[in-house]
Each structure stands twice: as C-alpha cells, then as structure tokens.
Design a binder for this molecule. Structure first.
Ligand code: FES
Ligand code: MG
Length: 587
C-alpha cells in the first residue's frame, strides 16, 4: 500500500542522462586504459553491453559476520541487483569496513570515521556513477552517509531493518534496553543468572538491527527524515519480504537518480537536517544522532551546530511509544504505519517541501500514509512526552555544551543539585562502584572522566554507567550521571553526555573532585559546577595531561585529529568533500 514508493521507482520513467556518465572515463575509453578497465571486469561474465554506456551502480556493502546486524546484507544486495538490472544499470557490489556495535573494542565509534574514509575512497577510486549504501548497525549508517556525501555521487540507503521483537517468558523484550534492566536486576538480586542467560537467546531471535529505538533504528528513521532512502526503509523488519522488494525498488531508483544527477548535496540541505532533528525528538531517538548528524553536516557544508538541536527539536513532542522512552518495539512501529504515518501526523511541524531521493517531496510521500495504531504512534494531543527533543546544556562544567535526552530521564531528576562522586576513568569506576567504602547515596551525582573522543579513545557508550550496588539495593533505579562519554541509544536514565571539552584535554570536567556540588537544571539548560572561579583556576594550574598510550596506527591518527563532540567527533581533515573527479589513470 505504498504507491509512492513504487511510483517513484518505476524504471520506465527514467529520463536520459543529464550529463555524461562518470563511468565513461573507465569503461567508455577505446584505448589501452579502457581495455584494462573492461577486460578484467569481463572475467566475472559481464557481456560487452555492460559497458555500452549504461549506469554502473556500486553496492557499498557493510556485510560482515562480525557485524551480526548486517550479516544478511549480502542476500539483500541480490535484490538491489535485480532492480539495477531491471532499470538498465549494471550493479557491482563491493565490501567496506563493517562496525559491529556489540562486538568491537574499545568502541565501534572509534572506527566510524575510518569506515567513512573507506566508503569515500572506494566510491571515488572506482568507476561507478551512483551507489546504494547497505548498512544498519549503529555506526555503519552514518559512516556510509558521511563517506558518500564527501564524494557526492547519487546515493541511496537500504538499511538492514530491525530484528523481530525480542521475546522472553511470553513478553516482548527490547534490544539493549532490557539488557541494562536485566543486568541491574541480577546485581540487585531480583533476577537469577540462569534467567539472565535465557533472556539472551530470546532477545536477538532474528536477523536485523536492534529493535528498540536505539541508534540503529534512530539512524534508519532519520535517513528517511533526511530523504536519503525510499519510504518505510526505516522500519520494515529485516525478515519482512517487503524489505527485499524495497531493496529491489531502490536498485531501480538509483539508476534513475544517476540519470537525473540527483546527488546527496541536493537532498542533504539545512531543511533536511532540521527535519531529522525534529524526527529524532518525535521518535524518542538516540543521543548518538547528535554526533552523527553534526559530522554529516560538516561533510556536505551545511552549517549545523549543537544549538540547532535545542532550537529546532526541543519543543517537538515524542509521539512514538518505543523503548527506551516508551514500551513498544520496531515491529509495532512498522505495523502502525512506520515513518510516513508519523510524518503525516506531524506534518505541520516539519518542512514538507524537503526533497527526497524518490524525486518526490516529503509531503508527496506521506500524503496518504495512515496510522493503524494510535497507541504506538500517538495522536499529537496525547504525546508520550512534551518537549522531547535533546536538550543542550551549558555552564562552567561544559563550556562547549553537553546533552541530555529528557524523554529517557526521570522527570524529578531533571532539576537536581547533588554531591559529585568522581571516577577518574572507567577502570577506577569498575574498581570502586560496588564497594562498601564508596561514599554515595541516591542524591549523589556520578561523574565519569576520561571517556571522550581522545580520552578513551573513541567516546564509548558508557555514559549510562550502572548505579552503585548500595543504591540499587534500596530499589532506586536512576541517578544523575555526567560524563564526556556517549550512551547506547537503547539506554535510559538522567544521563548527561558528550561534555565538551572532554576531561582528557583539560576541560572543566577534569577539575571536578568528589564532594563538589553540581547543579543540573534542564529547564534552564544549566550544568553548573558550584565551585568558585578562583578555585577552578588553581585546580586548572595544577592539572597535568597524561601521555597517550597510542603511538602508531589509526588510533594515533584519530587522537591527533578528532574534533570534540559538539562538532560531531569527525576528524578535522575530513570536513568537506573530495568530490568524484579523479584525474590520473592507474597504468
Ligand atoms: Fe547492531 Fe544494535 S548492535 S544495531
Ligand atoms: Mg550502540
């Protein structure tokens, strides 16, 4: 029931190419270079007419068995290929680095920028005219968008799709979100280790990405909001045959996009980013979207700042009732109508003239999209939360900003003053958090240092640090926590994240001592260390940086060049585009 998806993807509507195809510089040459480019490709059984001037479509595949959420993408690529062939293009699949969120140490985020470089350079170096980006697990989506945007050839996304709802003892359980709950329950004594192990198998019971509104679902929905995929790509379950059909239609559509010369820079406008920020509030999306959208904007030259998140998103209500902010899961969201139904319901809050890869505007896409379940996609006059967007905090503790996701926090803690319990790094935290000696109660504020982009390195998802056992045993489930880390999109709690500048480079966070009083006031956007300027100045004078353990390889490159979280944690030399022109031949 998505005529627009299908209409937009009709291959027979494809116009003649607007300009000479880029691939002609590889496969259209009648000299030694053309021979070399064509001849070796023919060893795959491609007939002569593959090189008669039809669009060459790259399928950028982040398939990997080490990235379980993307492990079915080779199969999905076959459906993309059907669509490309059908529309008169030639599909060529290629692998890129893959980032398994749950598998990589110290954190997949360390490698987002590296993967984006792999994507960018692979697209640039090879003779393709357009590219289909196959990804899904958290960092793979932004890395592919960032890389493709820096080349700016026509590009379109097909996501892995979420897993089926997790099941345990007859109830739905959500990726990540219930892991945090179960592990606290084991530590607090209300769940046995045996039950914990059983829940493991029920949580991830099909192919696909996390089925909560974690970072993967957030980024696939925001990809729709940005206009970079066909409608429903964000929510269709990974196992649903309609995702294969969507992959097929996407393959057909990219061929038309090449002929229309419809590039990421035509889609990824300021209006598109603003829509994505609104969408993130509406879906109760991940805090990680902040660093990813800032980094992507930097690649396409859109002026987007942390302040825009608050300005545009803060007053948008959350109407999608999904974990971790609410109770349902991605299957439910899709069956309720998915992202187009949400957009239709909130149309007056969005810029509906924003253009998409379909060639249609957002308004044209969602005009007929119905909502089939008002409990999952709630009516505007009965939202899950009002003013649900990411709040950007400022104050002497975070001069360049910090963020909090109010929709996942405890309302009573959104204004709170308490005494800091400081952990100098993650090892210090792990060593002391459950000890009897730890001077902490539920009014304390847990402060964790050393988890920023340069410090960890890679800004891991440890900001939602588990509560001290002492406090858990009282039945308390939330405390204010502050760090320069990120947190999983599946996580919840009154957690202040992305404190910039980070402690490792001497940001004020580095100067906090146990016993200091800190004030969090989300309504006035304040994050204040209640210590005098004089005292802070003398602590700063005594502060000493620590020598990095990383002296070689990518980690060194990353630490030397990564920007702070308020700038998206991209590498400084990756801001902007290289474009798609490569002048020199290889032989
Ligand atoms: Fe891959 Fe959540 S771990 S999507
Ligand atoms: Mg994650």
């Amino acid at each position: 029931n998505k005529p627009d998806t299908i209409k937009a993807s009709q291959p027979d509507k494809a116009p003649q190419p607007k300009k000479e195809l880029r691939s002609k510089q590889w496969y259209g040459k009648l000299d030694k270079d053309g021979f070399i480019h064509r001849s070796w490709m023919k060893n795959q059984g491609l007939p002569d007419h593959s090189f008669d001037g039809r669009p060459i479509i790259g399928i950028c595949n982040s398939w990997s068995e080490l990235t379980p959420c993307n492990a079915h993408l080779r199969e999905l690529a076959e459906y993309v290929k059907r669509g490309v062939w059908e529309a008169g293009g030639v599909p060529l699949e290629f692998p890129v680095m893959s980032l398994g969120e749950t598998q990589m140490k110290p954190t997949a985020m360390l490698f987002r920028n590296l993967m984006s470089m792999d994507v960018e350079e692979s697209i640039r170096a090879y003779g393709m005219d357009g590219v289909v980006l196959l990804g899904g697990c958290d960092k793979t989506t932004p890395a592919q968008l960032m890389g493709a945007a820096s080349v700016d050839l026509p590009a379109i996304v097909v996501s892995s799709g979420p897993m089926l709802n997790g099941k345990y003892r007859g109830k739905d359980i959500g990726s990540g979100t219930d892991v945090w709950k179960f592990s606290e329950a084991v530590r607090g004594g209300s769940m046995t280790l045996d039950e914990f192990m059983r829940a493991e198998s029920g949580m991830s019971r099909s192919r696909g990405t996390c089925m909560t509104m974690g970072t993967a679902s957030t980024m696939s929905c925001l990809t729709e909001a940005l206009g970079m995929s066909l409608p429903e790509n964000g929510t269709l379950p990974a196992v649903d045959a309609r995702r294969q059909a969507l992959a097929h239609l996407t393959g057909a559509r990219i061929v038309s996009m090449v002929k229309e010369d419809l590039k990421p820079s035509d889609i990824l406008t300021k209006a598109a980013f603003e829509n994505a920020i609104r969408a993130n509030a509406a879906i109760g999306g991940s805090t990680n979207a902040v660093v990813h959208l800032l980094a992507l904007a930097g690649r396409v030259g859109v002026d987007l700042s942390l302040a825009d998140w608050d300005r545009i998103g803060a007053t948008v209500p959350c109407i999608v009732d999904l974990m971790p902010s609410g109770q349902y899961l991605m299957e439910d969201f899709h069956y309720a109508g998915g992202f187009p139904a949400l957009l239709n319901r909130m149309a007056e809050l969005f810029d509906m003239d924003a253009k998409t890869v379909t060639g249609a505007t957002q308004a044209e896409i969602c005009v007929d999209a119905e909502c089939f379940n008002d409990e999952v996609i709630r009516p505007l006059d009965n939202p899950l939360r009002d003013n649900a967007g990411i709040a950007v905090l400022k104050g002497n503790l975070a001069p360049q900003g910090a963020i909090i996701k109010p929709s996942a926090a405890t309302p009573a803690l959104l204004k709170h003053t308490g005494k800091a319990v400081v952990f100098e790094n993650i090892e210090d935290y792990k060593a002391r958090i459950d000890t009897d000696e730890l001077d902490v109660d539920e009014h304390s504020i847990l402060v964790l240092k050393g988890c920023g982009p340069k410090g960890y390195p890679g800004m891991p998802e440890v900001g939602n640090m588990a509560l001290p056992r002492k406090v858990l045993e009282k039945g308390v489930t939330d405390m204010v926590r502050i760090s320069d880390a990120r947190m999983s999109g599946t996580a919840f709690g009154t957690v202040v994240l992305h404190v910039s500048p980070e402690s490792t480079i001497g940001g004020p966070l580095a100067l906090v001592q146990s016993g200091d009083e800190i004030t969090l006031d989300v309504e006035t956007r304040l994050l204040q260390l209640n210590v005098t300027d004089e005292e802070l100045a003398s602590r700063k004078a005594a502060w000493q940086s620590q020598e990095s353990e990383y002296h070689r390889g990518y980690a060194k490159l990353y630490i030397d060049h990564v920007m702070q979280a308020d700038q998206g944690a991209d590498l400084d030399f990756l801001v902007g585009k290289s474009g798609s022109v490569v002048k020199r031949e290889s032989h």
